[in-house]
Design a protein around this ligand. Structure first.
Ligand SMILES: [Zn+2]
Length: 196
């Protein structure tokens, strides 16, 4: 949700800015990625909720939307990547490097493991809503070109590109959203700014 102050600030900084009321971009995004949603196997959770939650994660300004300079638009089929809700036992069908225990990304396929989507992991401490943000951020982060990042050490926030699903054992802190350095890496890869 944008405050009135943010709307005004955005308009001032953007020149030809688009003023909107309520939620929504202050200025048009500079880069738009498209994605479709698909399922594989027996789905035992709400696909509508999956679409809604994942869409909210992708469009969140503090995430890979980089403050709104990047947009993610769902299309009926195809798109730049496909976001799968996948029955756990079928995740390895995308690649032998994928495990039925976790989510995975293979080429343009971003595969969310249904068991993790439904129940998170035993070690995740921040609740299911946060886990769902985390897992979409992590796997889409791979699609955006990032590999795994190291954990920063005790008391510091973990990158979303650290494998937090497998548990953090060095005292660094579970974290749902990309760190500033991670967002900078994506911004520089695609030549887009990070908007405040
Ligand atoms: Zn990963």
């Amino acid at each position: 949700m944008l405050t009135r102050r943010q709307l005004i600030a955005g308009a001032g900084a953007g020149g030809a800015a688009l003023l909107t009321t309520g939620c929504g971009p202050v200025r048009p995004p500079l880069r738009t990625f498209t994605y479709s949603v698909a399922t594989k196997g027996a789905i035992r959770t709400s696909l509508d909720e999956f679409i809604r939650n994942a869409g909210a994660t992708l469009s969140a300004r503090q995430g890979w939307a980089l403050g709104g300079s990047v947009a993610y638009r769902r299309v009926p089929s195809g798109g730049d990547f496909t976001l799968w809700l996948c029955e756990a036992r079928l995740v390895p069908s995308f690649s032998s490097v994928c495990s039925s225990l976790y989510s995975c990304r293979v080429g343009r396929d971003v595969v969310i493991n249904q068991d993790r989507w439904i129940s998170g992991t035993s070690t995740w401490p921040l609740g299911l809503d946060e886990y769902r943000h985390y897992v979409v951020n992590h796997e889409v982060g791979h699609w955006l070109g990032l590999s795994h990042w190291a954990s920063p050490g005790p008391g510091r926030l973990c990158p979303v590109m650290f494998q937090q699903s497998k548990g953090i054992t060095d005292g660094s802190l579970y974290n749902t959203w990309p760190l500033a350095d991670e967002r900078r890496a994506v911004a520089s890869r695609f030549g887009v700014p990070i908007w405040p």
